[in-house]
Write a protein that binds this ligand. Structure first.
Ligand code: ADP
Ligand code: MG
Length: 453
């Protein structure tokens, strides 16, 4: 049987694949399995709010995952484990001792309070291939002399391809090489909420002076600054100050600066003033190599054909490769057998598929609207504004290309337009992609989102 920790880790690994990182951290931080008895698992959560949320939103999926790992379990219960740390020392009875949190391989627990960096993300564990070598080379150049080579360093690429890992590895390496430098890592969402709080508390001066103090400022997922004018303005001032004082700024985004809609022009040109490097999708051989290296790190080895099979079914996301590997490891622990190709195929046939795996026209329209920061209804009405016509044509093009929808049905979906409008849009985008590299890149990014949704 799996220990409490092993079981919970397996559950977390699965859940992580199904929900956003932000949600994952919010709802699953400081959770653990308290006990598994007969057909019931008791899960410890940090407070009543999380308890209610998990009960309402995640009960079913958690039970489903636990049940798939141990079919004896028919029921789960959440309980607020307030005095966790104290209890560890006090309690006498073995079965009531809460697992030590540090035993869980739950990355968020180890974050450095000062820098916000997670020591797990290092260059030692970062696999380099042609898909990310430019970004890696730029990172190395920055590390030689932070603030003086490429400023800012702007890394972009799709979900789960290593942006956060690379950014944090740079931060961790700076600290190792230059212990006196002040490094700060944060997500742009956190930055936004700090700006909002500073405004509310009339604390802007303090906020700014804090940020002006950093030698290396790393902001992840900067695309979330789109539409946040006030935050962009504050960031612009901080950026200029740091830049002029040769402090290093490192940014990541899911798209290049040009494709971040509603980003103030002056910020965009700042972002483009440094080095922009992309991370693309690793090729088959690299995916196999990543699997092997990660398996090795966990002291386990599978057959070549198993690695190749996983690499052939998971193509676009390194996080998912890790998830698949974890699943194999759990199988091995549960059954004491190293899964062969046949077992692997079987295991992945039953893999809980992430919700919304079916791509619908509605989903594509939603993703295109989101990408261009528009409302869905803007795409569906008759507005002739240039900023809307193009995304609308792209959405029509994608419905045709990805879903093979007929032109009349595409026309109908966009507010009852004629099929000739849909044909025109489709042909126009095909023509434009041939001439316009940037457009092609944007459409590829949207396509990636469609495939990852
Ligand atoms: P992103 O920020 O681009 O969404 P992450 O940096 O969170 O992606 O990467 C997802 C997972 O894949 C992480 O667990 C990370 O450690 C792993 N990973 C990503 N790129 C690599 C790589 N080149 N080598 C090894 N592991 C990687
Ligand atoms: Mg990330």
């Amino acid at each position: 049987m799996l220990t409490n920790e092993e079981l919970w880790q397996a559950v977390l690994a699965q859940i992580q694949l199904n929900i956003s990182q932000a949600n994952f951290v919010t709802w699953f931080k400081n959770t653990s399995i308290l006990s598994q008895k007969e057909n019931k698992v008791v899960i410890s959560v940090p407070n009543a709010f999380v308890k209610e949320w998990l009960e309402n939103k995640y009960n079913k999926i958690i039970l489903k995952i636990i049940h798939s790992l141990n079919d004896q379990i028919k029921e789960i219960e959440f309980c607020v484990g307030k005095e966790e740390t104290k209890n560890i020392h006090k309690k006498q009875h073995k079965e009531t001792i809460l697992p030590e949190i540090s035993q869980l391989d739950f990355q968020e627990f180890k974050i450095d309070q000062e820098t916000n960096l997670n020591p797990r993300y290092t260059f030692d564990s970062f696999v380099i291939g042609s898909f990310n070598e430019l970004a890696y080379a730029a990172a190395c150049a920055v590390l030689k002399n932070p603030g003086f080579v490429y400023n800012p360093l702007f890394i972009y690429g799709g979900v789960g391809l290593g942006k956060t890992h690379l950014l944090q590895a740079i931060g961790n390496d700076v600290i190792k090489k230059f212990p006196l430098k002040k490094v700060k890592y944060l997500s742009s969402e956190r930055f936004v909420s700090e700006v909002v709080a500073a405004i509310k508390n009339h604390d802007m001066a303090k906020f700014k002076s804090k940020y002006k103090n950093f030698d290396v400022l790393i902001i992840d997922d900067i695309q979330f600054l789109a539409n946040k004018e006030k935050t962009q303005e504050e960031f612009f001032h901080i950026f200029n100050f740091l830049y002029e004082n040769n402090r290093q700024i490192i940014l990541s985004s899911d798209r290049p600066p040009k494709a971040i809609q509603t980003l103030a022009e002056r910020l965009r040109s700042r972002f483009e003033g440094g080095m922009i490097a992309d991370i693309s999708i690793p090729d088959f051989e690299t995916r196999v190599a990543i699997l092997k290296i990660k398996a090795q790190e966990k002291n386990i080895n599978f057959s070549e054909e198993v690695y190749q099979y996983i690499a052939s079914i998971i193509q676009k996301n390194i996080r998912e490769l890790e998830g698949a590997l974890n699943r194999l490891i759990i199988f091995q622990k549960l059954n004491n057998t190293i899964p062969d190709l046949e077992i692997t195929k079987n295991l992945f046939k039953n893999l809980i598929s992430p919700p919304n795996k079916v791509i619908t026209p509605k989903k594509i329209i939603e993703l295109v609207a989101e990408f261009y920061d528009l409302k869905e209804k803007d795409l569906l009405n008759n507005c002739r504004k240039k900023e809307i016509v193009k995304p609308r044509q792209i959405a029509m093009y994608l419905l045709r290309n990805e879903l093979k929808n007929s032109f009349p049905s595409i026309g109908r979906k966009f507010g009852g337009k004629d099929h000739t409008t849909a044909i025109h849009a489709y042909k126009k985008i095909i023509e434009e992609i041939k001439k316009d590299k940037k457009l092609e890149e944007e459409i590829n990014l949207i396509r990636e989102k469609i495939l990852n949704c």
